[in-house]
Ligand binder design. Structure first.
Ligand code: ZN
Length: 307
């Protein structure tokens, strides 16, 4: 576990044996432990062994704070609650029914990942409704001596929330502030289907900026302290990616769109990032998914014919 403060750290879940793709944040003290986004079920073993290495057992986990219910953030939750039925799971109200009965969530993920779904992400287990607490934004959650503020931050997903710890100045923003690995200034916006919403995302950016956080903690990947520049870069790069997709949707057929978008974005990533880093970005936000989200978004806006 890497330390952020005396009692806040994070674990590199080594998704697909790679470092710096998925991070789980851990808040721990005398009250037990809280985890922000425990990650996919497939990296549960890494999560458990890293926690144990720091003296934290699954039975010490009191709280799971989900930013949203995508497999790479929330997939391990059900398995943890199975092992420790005392865990309270916070999630946006729109995510509650999917956490309690993930059948529809799994079906829609299968449309994207096909037969690779289980191998890639592991089994998404249900969480009993009695363990779930719904959020809409504006709440304050007590975690030991800490109090986390909740903001509703849709855009990447309709059911996305972010958490801010005033004491440490750390904002846990899930995917709302994009993907950024290491000191590279490039922030890649993950724009998957089905509920990508660019206007809502802008409002969410403003909500995060209002916190004036000292540190933005990204699931992909880790803490970044140049928060003002980070958010500015994120907004620019989201607009850039959206415009690339909009032009392609307006001009090309559906079949050609994906390959043209892939070529354009791969080129853009390679202009700005070393080859070794590009892989981390592409693993965290596959270009195909970014295209599917943006294409659907623009067609819904009436660009290039209806969705
Ligand atoms: Zn996501």
């Amino acid at each position: 576990m890497n330390r952020l403060t005396r009692d806040i750290g994070y674990i590199d879940l080594r998704f697909q044996d790679q470092s710096e793709v998925i991070a789980a944040a851990v808040l721990h003290s005398s009250f037990g432990a809280a985890i922000v986004d425990p990650g996919p079920a497939v990296t549960l073993e890494t999560l458990g062994s890293e926690l144990r290495r720091h003296g934290i057992a699954v039975s010490d986990i009191r709280t799971i704070l989900l930013t949203h219910i995508h497999f790479d953030h929330a997939g391990a939750t059900g398995a943890i609650v199975n092992e420790n039925p005392g865990v309270t799971v916070y999630v946006h109200v729109a995510g509650i029914r999917h956490m309690a009965d993930p059948a529809r969530l799994i079906a829609s993920a299968r449309q994207i990942w096909g037969d690779e779904l289980e191998t890639l992400w592991g089994e998404f287990k249900a969480v009993p409704e009695t363990n779930l607490r719904g959020l809409t934004g504006g709440e304050r959650i007590r975690i030991g001596e800490r109090e986390l503020e909740v903001a509703y931050t849709p855009g990447h997903a309709r059911h996305h929330v972010s958490y801010f710890d005033h004491d440490s100045g750390i904002a846990f923003v899930g995917d709302t502030a994009g993907i950024r690995v290491g000191p590279s200034p490039y922030v890649l916006p993950p724009t998957p289907p089905p509920d990508l919403d660019l206007a809502a995302w802008q409002t969410s950016v403003e909500a995060i900026e209002r916190w004036r956080a000292d540190t933005l903690f990204l699931t992909h990947f880790g803490p970044h302290t140049d928060t003002v520049n980070h958010m500015r870069a994120f907004v620019d790069h989201l607009a850039e990616l959206a415009e690339i997709a909009r032009r392609i949707v307006a001009q090309e057929s559906r079949e050609e769109g994906l390959s043209h978008f892939t070529v354009a974005v791969s080129k853009l990533l390679r202009q700005r990032l070393p080859e070794t880093t590009v892989r981390h970005y592409e693993d965290a936000a596959p270009i195909r998914l970014c295209w599917l989200g943006l294409e659907r978004y623009w067609r819904n806006q009436g660009v290039g014919g209806a969705a």
